[in-house]
Design a protein around this ligand. Structure first.
Ligand SMILES: [Fe+2]
Length: 341
């Protein structure tokens, strides 16, 4: 689309959608505008529930394009100002931080930022956390007693745990865990941990596959994100689960909290509608839907988590701020040195 035309349509939609959200009579006009384009890195089912509710509440149509968060961020960088994306909803915060660093995001509205826990949004206001997830150890309850699990995840990459730890070297949250260990315990500790996992643990292709292996009794434990267990428990029935979760807490990197988040593209053609979506995702209505859809902690402190999750305050994650957990290159470099990439 020629630049001039894109600018005109941006102004047009900004005006009409802004009014449509406040004047019900104009909702019809909003539904005839081109849809808001969301690049979605978050799990599809969760996002669709949120977007459907958003459209029902505002009349703003949304088209969602699914990919991995890192792929989508790279795509936005490649597309530059021609990117059709209005909003980026990422499963992890580092891809958002990467876009913010390159000047590709617009600041979020103050009203949006004010709804979210302060430590879980970009200090400069270019993106915000939507939900938090916690790294956990899933363990097969007939193979291991909870009391036999070590206090620190670092002790699971050792000969004593040979063949008993499943891990997913390619997962986004795993990269953040590497960076967290490096920043809390030092680079050598992170490298030793990875080398230990490579030597004594078992690599899996996805969190889901790692958890399924624990459920089958193929392996005793898996380092995963908490919500995978709750998803499966919902599917199978909690009483049929062969595994349980261990939240290490006590500031250990094994209890790392990571966030999914939202950003609005600087080049958004539907800038006003895009900001409205960011406000909805972090507002009480959106967060209530999220809490029912997935076992993650809403980042709006007014909304309680679902699935019987403990209060967010009880997680005691390590003292690293997800807003500053970048270091994708560092994680990749460390994985290479450990022979895991
Ligand atoms: Fe995930």
């Amino acid at each position: 689309m020629p630049k001039k035309l894109a600018r005109r349509s941006f102004l047009h939609h900004g005006l009409s959608l802004g009014l449509a959200t406040t004047l019900p009579g104009l909702a019809q006009a909003a539904s005839q505008d081109p849809p808001l384009i969301v690049y979605n890195g978050q799990h599809k089912a969760t996002t669709l529930k949120l977007l459907d509710a958003f459209t029902a509440a505002t009349g703003i149509r949304v088209e969602s394009r699914k990919g991995s968060s890192i792929q989508l961020a790279n795509q936005i960088i490649e597309e530059g100002e021609r990117s059709p994306a209005d909003v980026f909803y990422s499963e992890e915060s580092p891809p958002l931080a990467a876009l913010a660093e390159r000047g590709l995001l617009a600041p979020l509205e103050d009203a949006t930022l004010a709804q979210v826990r302060q430590d879980y949004r970009d200090p400069k206001g270019f993106w915000s956390g939507v939900s938090a997830r916690c790294r956990v150890t899933a363990f097969n309850t007939s193979m291991i007693k909870k009391g036999d699990l070590p206090d620190s995840i670092l002790d699971m990459a050792t000969p004593a745990w040979k063949g008993r730890v499943a891990y997913v070297p390619t997962s986004g949250a795993f990269q953040q865990q590497i960076v967290a260990i490096s920043s809390i315990k030092g680079r050598d500790a992170a490298l030793d941990w990875l080398k230990g996992l490579k030597r004594h643990g078992e690599a899996y292709g996805s969190n889901k596959a790692a958890l399924a292996a624990v459920e089958r009794g193929d392996i005793a434990t898996a380092l995963i994100n908490n919500y995978y267990w709750y998803n499966l428990a919902q599917e199978k029935g909690v009483d049929k689960m062969q595994s349980a979760l261990h939240f290490s807490g006590q500031g250990d990197p094994g209890a790392l909290v990571t966030v999914s988040g939202v950003g609005v593209l600087k080049t958004a053609r539907n800038a006003q509608a895009a900001q409205t979506l960011a406000r909805f995702l972090t507002g009480a209505a959106g967060q209530e839907i999220l809490a029912k859809a997935v076992a993650e902690w809403p980042m709006n402190p007014q909304v309680k988590p679902g699935f019987g999750l403990q209060p967010f305050e009880d997680l005691h994650p390590p003292k690293v701020n997800p807003a500053n957990l970048k270091g994708e290159e560092e994680a990749l470099q460390l994985r290479r040195e450990a022979g895991l990439a």
